[in-house]
Design a protein around this ligand. Structure first.
Ligand code: SF4
Ligand code: SF4
Length: 471
């Protein structure tokens, strides 16, 4: 009589601290032999699953269902004697794809938009429209003046578009929801204003460390502290130099019109995913509230899914998003990789706009709403015969020093105009210093506390400088 040889199928094995308690294996098990444990795991803070092996037939469906790269695994001899308290599974097991096929990028797809007449939109609404046209369907945030209209529009429209709007309980909740959503490879954003942005910095540091994209629209208001809801530019240092702890940078885009609020927010998503990094839109309270003519682009974006995403399907099962590197040498290597990425951003992503700069002897440097005042001042000065020009940084980090330096050859003076205590001037001076460029004398027009520099103040300052130089 022939005897059939039975192949023993391995039963599941799980380090409980690595279970994210998603419950997918419970749904997948045809024998109903998996359930949640009754106690929280002290290492993960979650309630992991337990497997009743006496009922399990080793079919393996739970391994396939588990999205965690180091979650449910077939029990093999490799696990004999392994310490159950594993702090770093990558080091212990090496790269693990769980047998999943190698994920590939699903690219974005441009979709033509029907031509429509230009519309008149508030800056905040324009940024929200730009986000939706860029494929953003996930918003996390809360109302905070003067950015509230952005969240308001997203709350109204996203549910109609099968999107998700979550009014988060706090800024910390907001940024950590963005961390998770961006880690899944999805386009997410928030609208906030200065004190709210301050509270998000720790989470932004985690996003930079874990290379997670996301877009933060910071409609800056008067500070410090609670301040007021008038326009200021006093978060420039925070956005350019202080994005939480550690080695962090993010591209900071500074729009000056509602049109740029839309265009730059669309671009922010492309940059966030190109570099796997947060991107900040630096608006100001006046720009968020003011209405202006806005022309829609010719295409919207149907977003793809990047290969690196922890998307939750079989294809992306082998991916891991983390900012923890226990071994010092590993963290140093990671920081060197981030530094190369920051250097690439500095080389490729500087943006600026010029008005009458070609033969300018007096360069006015301003951005956001003060940039518009400065544009009017330059036109008035030109009408008086003064060779003035406006250099408007559109990226605050990286500062657009490459375009500025050639203009300094004929400049007799610079006037930095800002609604703040000199943080734009600090960025200018630092960029020139790193470049080894000695600037002409730098002067300032500064207002604070929600007060904008006026056209007349700028004209008077430049006119005064020309009189001194002629006298
Ligand atoms: S191997 Fe099959 S029977 Fe066993 S726990 Fe997993 S899904 Fe259930
Ligand atoms: S599928 Fe994986 S992560 Fe989810 S509950 Fe089961 S073991 Fe835990």
């Amino acid at each position: 009589m022939a005897t059939a040889q039975t192949k023993v199928r391995p039963k599941p094995f799980l380090f409980p601290q690595l279970c994210k308690a998603c419950g997918r294996c419970i749904d997948a098990c045809p024998k109903h032999c998996i359930e949640f444990a009754t106690e929280i795991d002290p290492q993960s803070g979650l309630t992991p699953i337990v497997v009743h092996e006496d009922v399990c037939n080793g079919c393996g469906l739970c391994f396939d269902a588990c999205p965690e790269p180091y979650g449910l695994m077939p029990r093999t001899a490799d696990f004999e004697g392994v310490d159950m308290v594993v702090s770093d599974p990558y080091t212990t097991f090496g790269a693990r794809t769980h047998g999943a096929p190698q994920a590939e990028d699903i690219p974005d797809r441009p979709v033509p938009l029907p031509a429509v007449e230009p519309m008149v939109l508030k800056g905040n609404y324009a940024a929200a429209v730009g986000a939706m046209l860029a494929g953003c369907r996930h918003f996390f945030g809360y109302p905070i003046t003067p950015s509230t209209e952005g969240a308001e529009l997203m709350a109204k429209v996203l549910p109609e578009m099968h999107g998700v709007f979550v009014q988060a309980v706090s800024e910390v909740a907001t940024v950590n929801m963005m961390y998770g959503c961006g880690g899944a490879g999805l386009r997410c954003m928030t609208f906030t204003s200065s004190p709210g942005f301050s509270l998000m910095l720790e989470g932004i540091s985690y996003m930079v460390g874990a290379e997670v994209p996301g877009v933060f629209v910071n409609v800056m208001r008067g500070g410090p502290g609670l301040g007021n809801i008038g326009p200021e530019q006093a978060d420039i240092s925070l956005m350019c130099r202080g994005l939480g702890h550690g080695n962090t940078h993010a591209i900071v885009l500074a729009p000056s019109t509602p049109q740029e609020m839309l265009d730059l927010t669309m671009e922010a998503f492309a940059l966030a995913f190109r570099y796997r990094n947060p991107v900040v839109i630096a608006g100001d309270g006046y720009l968020g509230q003011v209405s202006g003519r806005v022309t829609l682009p010719t295409h919207l974006v149907q977003p793809g899914i990047p290969a690196w995403a922890v998307y939750g399907d079989a294809m992306h099962r082998g991916n891991l998003i983390t900012s923890i590197y226990i071994v010092e040498a590993d963290l140093e290597l990671h920081n060197e990789k981030l530094n190369r990425k920051f250097a690439d951003m500095e080389a490729a992503e500087q943006r600026s706009a010029c008005l009458e700069c070609d033969d300018a002897e007096w360069l006015v440097i301003a951005t956001n709403t003060p940039g518009r005042m400065a544009g009017g001042a330059v036109q008035q000065l030109r009408a008086e015969g003064v060779k003035a020009g406006l250099f408007r940084p559109i990226t605050l980090w990286p500062f657009p020093v490459d375009a500025l330096v050639p203009l300094l050859e004929r400049a007799r003076g610079i006037v930095v105009v800002e609604a703040g205590p000199g943080q734009l001037e600090d960025e200018l001076r630092l960029a020139l210093s790193k470049r080894g460029t000695m600037p002409p004398p730098i002067h300032a027009v500064r207002r604070h506390g929600g007060v904008l520099p006026s056209l007349a103040e700028i004209v008077e300052r430049v006119r005064g400088l020309t009189e001194v130089s002629h006298g």
